[in-house]
Ligand binder design. Structure first.
Ligand code: PMP
Length: 357
């Protein structure tokens, strides 16, 4: 605690991002990045945008990108918000829709940034524990009560489990006067998106990102889909921070990426195929895992500690994610890489199991 810090800065427990190691080259399966490069068309568009116009501010209303997102998802531009990665969209959504006087509901075991944002905006989280199988207890989100709104990822992270759309509908119908935020960072890897519910539910905000299925984590582009009144709420917050959230390169790259539907489908399908194959292989090595609908697996071994496996894999040059927090400290989260990377992972994991068993 520094004497120069505000009480808020002193009290925060900032999010700790997955390691981006610099000591050597790892097979990097720890931060759910896409192993395939972005669309070549996106890379060309970014290169072409790196010109003298960078001296000018970018379009503060991101019109070209919003038009393209609207076209892609069949909504009106007024139902779309874009931000600097979905983390920023989430930060704005917490500020725009949750009231510090009422608790905000989210699952206990979820994306750990939610807790940080709750602290930042002085909200009180009401944590809803997952059941023994890591399912979200939907009834806890539909039984009314005095709360100020809901946020959850679908599929959940790091459990990788998907909620069917009918459960999301139940939450929306049970909470007509509260905002329900569905964070769909991983939805393109086999889930059914709630975006199609946006025209029917003014209380629904869906958040997506180009970081995962579009291989553009480095560009920092995220979206929100919602009713006009929700989008207007987000714009009010954004324009109170930095109205130029997206830079010129990101605006051009994002449009070109969204236009390249064929490349998106091809790479996403490859990730899904590899996931299914690796899920079978880790099961053969004795691991248990949830049924993943994301670009990662969430696995545990019945007799070897996850931390020991994590450390041994790291020594072998394979980086996966270990969480020290209780209930999941016996699990590992493994991002899906290329087939070659996953072959190397399986070989290292097989050796590790033999060494530690
Ligand atoms: N939501 C979830 C559930 C995530 O796992 C992540 C990535 N770690 C994000 C949002 C943020 O993604 P980005 O800011 O790269 O769009």
């Amino acid at each position: 605690m520094s004497k120069f810090w505000s009480p808020l800065a002193g009290s925060l427990e900032p999010y700790v991002p997955g390691e981006q190691p610099k000591d050597k080259t790892y097979i990097k399966l720890n931060t759910n990045e896409n192993p395939y490069p972005p669309s070549p068309k996106a890379l060309e568009a970014i290169a072409a945008a790196a010109d003298a116009d960078l001296r000018l501010y970018p379009d503060p209303t991101c019109d070209a990108l919003i038009q393209e997102v609207a076209r892609c998802y069949g909504l009106s531009p007024k139902q779309i918000f874009v931000g600097n990665g979905s983390d920023e969209v989430l930060a704005f959504a917490f500020a725009a829709f949750f009231d510090p006087a009422k608790p905000v509901l989210f699952p206990d075991i979820t994306y750990s940034f939610y807790k940080v944002y709750a602290q930042l905006y002085r909200l009180t989280p009401r944590l809803i524990p997952l059941d023994d199988e890591f399912n979200i207890p939907v009834g806890e989100f539909t039984s009314g009560g005095d709360h100020g709104g809901i946020i959850l990822p679908n599929p959940n992270a790091p459990t990788a489990k998907l909620l069917p759309l009918a459960d999301i509908v139940a939450m929306l119908e049970a909470n007509p006067d509260r905002v329900v935020i569905i964070d769909e960072a991983y939805i393109d890897f086999g889930g059914e998106s709630a975006v199609k519910l946006v025209p029917d539910y003014p209380n629904l905000l869906v958040i997506q990102t180009l970081s995962k299925s579009r291989s553009l984590a480095g560009l920092r582009v995220g979206f929100a889909f919602g009713s006009e009144e929700l989008i207007e709420g987000l714009d009010r917050i954004k324009n109170s921070f930095n109205s130029y959230t997206l830079d010129r390169l990101a605006l051009h790259g994002a449009v070109a990426s969204l236009q390249d539907e064929a490349y998106f489908r091809e790479t996403t399908e490859k990730v899904i195929r590899t996931r299914e194959r690796v899920a079978r292989q880790v099961a053969e090595l004795g691991f248990r895992g949830t049924e993943s609908r994301a670009n990662f697996l969430f696995i545990s071994h019945p007799s070897i500690a996850a931390k020991d496996i994590f450390l041994r894999l790291r020594e072998k040059g394979v980086l996966v994610r270990y969480f020290a927090s209780k209930r999941i400290d016996n699990h590992l989260r493994v991002s899906i890489g290329t087939d070659e990377e996953m072959d190397a992972f399986i070989a290292a994991l097989r050796e590790t199991v033999e060494e530690l068993q």
